[in-house]
Design a protein around this ligand. Sequence first.
Ligand SMILES: Cc1ncc(COP(=O)(O)O)c(C=O)c1O
Length: 491
Amino acid sequence: MKNTAKKGGQSDPVFELIAAEKMRQKEGLELIPSENYVSEAVLLAMGSVLTNKYSEGYPSFKGISSLSEAVSGGDGFVAPVDSGAVTEGLEASEKAISEEILPNYRYYGGQANVDRIERLAISRAMRLFHADHANVQPHSGANANEAVYFAWCEPGDKILAMNLAHGGHLTHGSPVTRSAKIYNFVAYGVAEDGDIDYDELERVALEELPKLILVGYSAFMKIPDFDRVAAIRDKVAKKAGFEVLLMADMAHVAGLIAGGVHPNPLDHGFDVMTTTTHKTLRGPRGGLILSRGVVSSPLKKCEKKLANIPTLIDKAVFPGTQGGPLEHVIAAKAVAFREALLPSFREYAAKIVENAKALAAGLSQHGFILQGGGTENHLVLVRVQDSFGVNGKFYEKALDLVGLTLNANSLPGDKGAAFKPGGVRLGTPAITTRGMGIPEMQQIADWMYAVVQICVKAADEKGLAKFDDELKVIREEVREMALKFPVPAIS
Ligand SMILES: Cc1ncc(COP(=O)(O)O)c(C=O)c1O
């Protein structure tokens, strides 16, 4: 990919900007908890000629459901790819998948290679997450969520999800989304201790009798009690007299689940799990839907029953909400799933959490008040307004100046304007990929304290100009440390 800017004798500024972005990623520290750095192999698959191919529809699912059954082991944790007998099973199955050409459910010819690639992606995803079925086609996390709602709900049906201001995602019922115009979202929230208010969840669920209960979040730092929510679902279904779909949106923590350091909702009674593939899972930008149930032909009619959810989801993704799948991205997902099956990914996942805890402890020592008192996953929510009287947006901008990238985030009970929230959200997936550990977490906490002190003195963004020299010193220190930890695929 060298000299692409000058290919054909023409210079395209797009490539200069990509080069500039490489430098930004290399010289700064990425603390946005939903970002990560992919491997060279993932990039290679994503930038491949598969982008040239149309493949509306699906490959055959024959022979891949048995793979997850054979290897998931039932202990709630992932069996690493290269662990003895399991590896032999996997390699044999993968060999069969990559060699066998089967009749498919596609609408175009020329599918032999993409079929086999998509089958590998599906089988690896199922193995990682103990699912009966995987749909690897959603273009993004938002598309994945919409497809599940569309698969199960009718217009006007109720969906119970986490309050956005308490950590839920826009796609969980924000009035600005298409889903919120179609379905009737009701919300539960978090309690004082930062954990889900399960009593409220149960009360609202039994009052509202939703068709779908969703556990998922973008800014939440506890491990959910999936068993408790599954028991609530059973009570709701009994009272309502209809089946209730239990869905988990694990976009943020999928990599922690794959790495065995976070429970898997599919092992705790959930029917469906959606995720993005680009956050802790460290794959290409995209979505993924995993489900429990009977796998069947996506072309056949099927009744809206929980048992049929894999097929209902396939139909809802294509043709329900998307057209041709992005097979270059699906290939990159397959590569990332294989990486996530390796024992080294389990170490990576454990290290993400260890680093997040160390970062939280370092921030607490400096007097930052943390939502929920700390973290159990990859993410820390800092009550910066309550701690130092500095709003989240101002702090985000000041940290940008020194090369520390995170995002302002609203907090439960935030009184300020939406664009001036009281908190910031940060996390450790990307810096852990670079190989950073406990000493670096302490150093980042020290810099964050130094910058918040400057914000206090500067009072507002304009005032920061007076502290240019101090900010420049920190910027240099950040750059120096960042360059010691290479970003994968950026030389
Ligand atoms: C919990 C959750 N669900 C869904 C999404 C949407 O993912 P995407 O941006 O890929 O549409 C996000 C993204 O931040 C998320 O945090």
